[in-house]
Structures are given as structure tokens and as C-alpha cells.
Design a binder for this molecule. Structure first.
Ligand SMILES: Cc1ncc(COP(=O)(O)O)c(C=O)c1O
Length: 374
């Protein structure tokens, strides 16, 4: 058997990683400004992460949700306190798409409505419901075509008010900062209007913080810049620093009913221990503050480069839009200067480094980035 060939791959084989650095089979060192798609939060191979997971593995790594798992409660408490959502509940699953799938379903169980509103350029995952609220035809099959979703322009307050006024929308799902769409930051006014319109029409507001959460934006959640409190928040990626774990944070207006949601692997012992360690390290090493500080420096320096059409984002979630395709620049950065970056569409760089990025790492990136623009 062969792997199903759906990924265009760089011809690089990483075999080791440490902090913000990756090492390939040939011994080459790379600076990681991609974080494996915004996943690496506390840094690669953090010693506390290795120690905690190794210890847990030697005790118990998995048993089903049919028994008590105190680690889930321990984690929920820590996440609640760190994020400012101590009064919410947590349902743990395994991937971002699965978290959104459960969030959309929970909204529909709650208000017994069917339709969902999402935004142009949104990305929420590839499973049946998540892909129907993702604005990319290429990812969709006929299988889930009976799921009704409406795409509105990002930031259009009138469109939101008019659409929700029909009172037949179950939920609105929005990213804290649009990631795959090209690092598009909502204004606080837009999020506040959206929150208000949802509350007035009993529409569930789902904040997808899978990419923008866990400190990446320089706040624990990107939506916290606007001061709103959504009904449901979905989390993933940086939550496990590479361990596949995700979650749905649920406000008190939803009642838990036995059997309504479920998962075999979600919230298993190893996943909990990975997530607990990430949050402990994030707190002890002030990584949210670090993302804000280093991100601010990077953004202000990048704004001085004339060839970049627009610099967007906050914290360590940065988009650089060019007037021309960037594929050659990106390849030069990777193969000549050994720096991994992400991209969006043809013209946008996406910078998503680990949150432990130092000022020196940022300086090194800027030197290398300026070189490819010469
Ligand atoms: C905002 C957002 N939501 C959901 C997902 C889907 O996450 P996963 O690939 O873990 O299913 C992604 C992945 O890129 C994402 O960026």
C-alpha cells in the first residue's frame, strides 16, 4: 500500500525539531515560521512536554469515556482560568473540523434550526458540516449538500442584521482571525454587532479560534480584542502543540444531555496530559505576552518594507500580501535561507511561528526576508 497522494510536498524530510528550529535528514537547520500550520505553540520538543507525555505513557495512555478521567476536569479548570472562561464547559475531541462539527450540531440541538451563516473566505475544516461552512467549492462533495449555509461578506454589518432578522438561522460561525483566507482581522465593531444580532435573535455565535487561539494573536483568544463573549468557542491546533486534541468550549445556556455528543478518542489521558502541559508552559513562560511583544516588533519592521502591499494580523499570526505571486520568493526563503513559512492563495505569506519565538529569531527572519526581496 502507498499513502493516498493528496499533498503537494516539499522535498525535505524533518527528523528532529527543537524550539523554533527544525532539522532535516541531511542535518540542515531551518527556522520555523510556519509552526506546521499554526500548531506548534510552546515550541518543538519542549522538555516539560516530553517528560509529561513520557510519564503519562508509562501510567495509562487511553481508556474510553465510559470511565472517570480526572485529567479532563483538571484540564478544563486550567483552560477556563487561563482563557477567562471558567464558567464554560469543555467537550474534548480530536481535530479542528470535529470541534466545529460538534459546535454546529450543538447549536442546532439548542434552537432546533437548520441554517448556518459563515463568511466569505472562511475555513472551518473538511468534514461534512465544517466543509459546508468553508468558502471553497473545491473541498465539497455532494454528500453534505443538504446542509444549508449562507456566506456573507466578512465585516458586512447590514448583511448580518438582515439575515439574522429572519430568525431561522441556527448559528453563525466566524474565525477569530481568518487564517486560510489570508489573515483577515475582524474589527471590534463588527464582532460586537454580530454578537448583539445573535443575542437578539437567539442565534448561536460560534467563534472558531482553532488557528487564532491559544495566544497566537497576542491575547489568549483573538476575539478578546473586541470584548465579546461568544456562546461557543472551538479550539485545536496550538492546544496540543502537535498532539491531536481539540475542544468545544460551551456556555451555560447549553444543557448537557447524556449520549447527545460522543467520541472514542476525545479527551484521552495522553491528549489531556499534552494539553495540560501546553497550558502550564504557556503560563509559566508568558508565551501569550511573548507572542504580543515579538509580533508587534515583526509587524512594525515588516511595515517598513515597500514591496509588501499590506501587512496584516496581530501577535504571531501575520499575513504579508504582495501584488504578485510569492511562490518563487517562498521557495527561495525555504531552500536558500532555510526558513519555513505558510501561504494563502497565490500572493500572501502567512507567518505562524511557535509562540516562544525570540527577538533574535525575529531579527534573523527579517534579515533573510529582506535578502529575498533584493
Ligand atoms: C480556523 C480553522 N478552523 C478549522 C480548521 C480545521 O482543523 P483540522 O485540520 O484540525 O480539522 C482549521 C485548519 O486549518 C482552521 O484554520
Amino acid at each position: 500500500m502507498q499513502p493516498f497522494d493528496v499533498y503537494p510536498r516539499w522535498q525535505i524530510e524533518p527528523v528532529k525539531a527543537q524550539g523554533c528550529r527544525i532539522y532535516d535528514k541531511k542535518g540542515e537547520e531551518y527556522l520555523d515560521f510556519y509552526g506546521g500550520h499554526a500548531v506548534i505553540s510552546i515550541g518543538h520538543s519542549h522538555p516539560r512536554y516530553i517528560e509529561a507525555l513520557t510519564q503519562q505513557l508509562s501510567h495509562i495512555s487511553f481508556y474510553s469515556n465510559a470511565v472517570i478521567n480526572q485529567l479532563q476536569g483538571r484540564y478544563a479548570k486550567k483552560l477556563g482560568l487561563m482563557s477567562g472562561y471558567d464558567d464554560y464547559s469543555l467537550f474534548m475531541v480530536n481535530s479542528g473540523a470535529e470541534a466545529n462539527e460538534n459546535a454546529l450540531k450543538l447549536a442546532s440541538f439548542y434552537n432546533k434550526r437548520k441554517k448556518t451563516v459563515a463568511f466569505r473566505k472562511a475555513f472551518h475544516g473538511r468534514t461534512a458540516a465544517a466543509v459546508e461552512v468553508t468558502d471553497n467549492e473545491k473541498y465539497r462533495s455532494l454528500l453534505s449538500s443538504n446542509i444549508e449555509s449562507i456566506f456573507l461578506p466578512f465585516g458586512d454589518m447590514d448583511a448580518i442584521k438582515a439575515t439574522l432578522a429572519t430568525q431561522d438561522i441556527s448559528s453563525v460561525i466566524i474565525e477569530g482571525i481568518q487564517g486560510v483566507g489570508g489573515i483577515i482581522v475582524p474589527t471590534p465593531e463588527f464582532l460586537q454587532t454580530l454578537h448583539e444580532a445573535c443575542a437578539e435573535t437567539d442565534t448561536v455565535l460560534i467563534l472558531d479560534e482553532i488557528q487564532s487561539g491559544f495566544g497566537r494573536s497576542g491575547r489568549f483568544f483573538a476575539h478578546q480584542y473586541s470584548g465579546i463573549r461568544p456562546d461557543i468557542i472551538t479550539v485545536g491546533k496550538g492546544m496540543g502543540n502537535g498532539f491531536p486534541v481539540s475542544g468545544v468550549m460551551i456556555s451555560q445556556k447549553f444543557k448537557a444531555i447524556h449520549g447527545q455528543l460522543g467520541t472514542t478518542f476525545g479527551g484521552n489521558h495522553l491528549a489531556c496530559m499534552a494539553a495540560i502541559t501546553v497550558i502550564d508552559v504557556m503560563k509559566d513562560e508568558n508565551l501569550v505576552e511573548n507572542a504580543a511583544k515579538v509580533g508587534e516588533y515583526l509587524i512594525s519592521e515588516l511595515k517598513q518594507i515597500n514591496r509588501i502591499k499590506e501587512v496584516r494580523g496581530c501577535g504571531l499570526m501575520i499575513g504579508l500580501e504582495f501584488s504578485e505571486p510569492i511562490n518563487t520568493l517562498r521557495d527561495r526563503l525555504l531552500f536558500e535561507h532555510k526558513v519555513f513559512t505558510g501561504a494563502s492563495g497565490t500572493n500572501i505569506f502567512r507567518l505562524l511561528p511557535p509562540l516562544c519565538l525570540t527577538m533574535e529569531d525575529a531579527g534573523e527572519f527579517l534579515i533573510k526576508f529582506r535578502k529575498i526581496l533584493k
